[in-house]
Ligand binder design. Structure first.
Ligand code: NDP
Length: 338
């Protein structure tokens, strides 16, 4: 059983050497009387939050830390090889938390979702039809409730979550602008994902001025993925009664000390609601979301871009790409084909 272990708790920018390649053994049959399942991992999802789970546990934890010298944990798509659980049988396809290894023994499979729609690429269950898709849906619809005609700004807009936020907001009839870190990504936002406009934040020495240029009347809804100086600049450009869904702050994840935010007073003067959320609190919406997303795919109303790397051994470098901005679309590592 080829595996990727977390070497030790990570500090600073993650490196490939923070993860170790090894080979272990695993019984491909579950013990008599156990409710566990054994799965073959097919696709592994590389997600920014994984970096936060590689930290020494702190209080309050963002999510439970991973255990050094144990397989890296993340979302993935897998096939059931053996099951002691009444709800799963050999051959079932599932998505949910699994290990970065060829085969995993999952002790509590109740947390997994069974995949019943297979007429789409299975890897979509790491992105569009999985955790990032539900994040985009919950953060936009539930936290921000955008109305037709409102202005929406999305940061890290070409990524796993951002590309969907923008497309959903367009379908609601909003004016949507995204920011991303390269010309290629900006072109994708405008030409593939249908954003009204987009800019490369790395080309802007004054983010406040860039936002004023794109939103002369201000921003009603900000879907926050990056934090730091972008959040500060957005606060100066929010409209009265604007809503900010704080989904992530990737620019802060590798810093020992987070950057300070200076413009929070605007929350008061502009009556802005800024709300952090974690997708895990919205899992009950998954069936409703799945139905909508499948419908949109069928009708050609949304598209989804993946950035795929082959091989379990390349998963660590794929994860690091998220923090250098090399991923173009949802970063996935392929472990095996069905
Ligand atoms: P992406 O696919 O968007 O990949 C990460 C992207 O972040 C990179 O491609 C890069 O794009 C950008 N980035 C990296 N470093 C920086 C930086 N220092 N400053 C600005 N941008 C940076 O990731 P996801 O779509 O999976 O995740 C997006 C956000 O959503 C993350 O913050 C993540 O933690 C959060 N999240 C939160 C969840 C929740 O429940 N609250 C659930 C899932 C995700 P670029 O080239 O544009 O810089």
């Amino acid at each position: 059983n080829k595996q990727i272990l977390l070497r030790d708790y990570v500090t600073g920018f993650p490196k490939e050497s923070d993860m170790i390649h090894t080979t272990g053994t695993i019984r491909l049959k579950v013990e008599e009387g156990s409710k566990a399942i054994v799965v073959k991992n097919l696709y592994l999802s590389c997600d920014p939050y994984m970096r936060n789970r590689m930290k020494k546990p702190d209080a309050p934890p963002y999510a439970d830390s991973m255990t050094p010298q144990s397989p890296v944990l993340g979302f993935g798509v897998a096939k059931v090889l053996d099951s002691g659980h009444p709800d799963f049988k050999e051959g079932d396809l599932v998505w949910g938390t699994t290990g970065w290894e060829e085969f995993s023994l999952i002790q509590a499979p109740e947390s997994l979702f069974k995949i019943t729609h297979t007429d789409v690429p299975l890897s979509y269950y790491t992105g569009l039809l999985g955790m990032p898709g539900l994040t985009a849906y919950a953060g936009l619809y539930e936290v921000c409730s955008p109305k037709k005609g409102e202005t929406v700004f999305v940061s890290a807009a070409s990524g796993a979550v951002g590309q969907l936020v923008g497309q959903f907001a367009k379908l609601l009839g909003c004016y949507v602008v995204g920011s991303a870190g390269s010309k290629q990504k900006v072109d994708l936002l405008k030409n593939k994902f249908g954003f009204d406009d987009a800019f490369n934040y790395k080309d802007e020495h004054d983010l406040n001025a860039a936002l004023k240029r794109h939103f002369p009347e201000g921003i009603d809804v900000y879907f926050e993925n990056v934090g730091g100086s972008m959040l500060d600049a957005v606060l100066l450009n929010m409209r009265y009664h604007g809503r900010i869904a704080v989904c992530g702050m990737i620019s802060q994840y590798n810093l020992d000390k987070p950057e300070g935010i200076h413009n929070l007073f605007r929350l008061i003067t502009k009556r802005i609601r800024m709300e952090g959320f974690v997708v895990l609190d919205y899992l009950h919406l998954y069936p409703k979301f799945l139905q909508l997303a499948l419908q949109y795919i069928k009708e050609g109303k949304i598209v989804y871009l993946e950035d795929t790397i082959e091989g379990l051994e390349n998963a660590p470098s794929a994860l690091i790409r998220l923090f250098t901005g090399q991923n173009v679309g949802k970063q996935v590592a392929v472990v095996a084909n069905e």
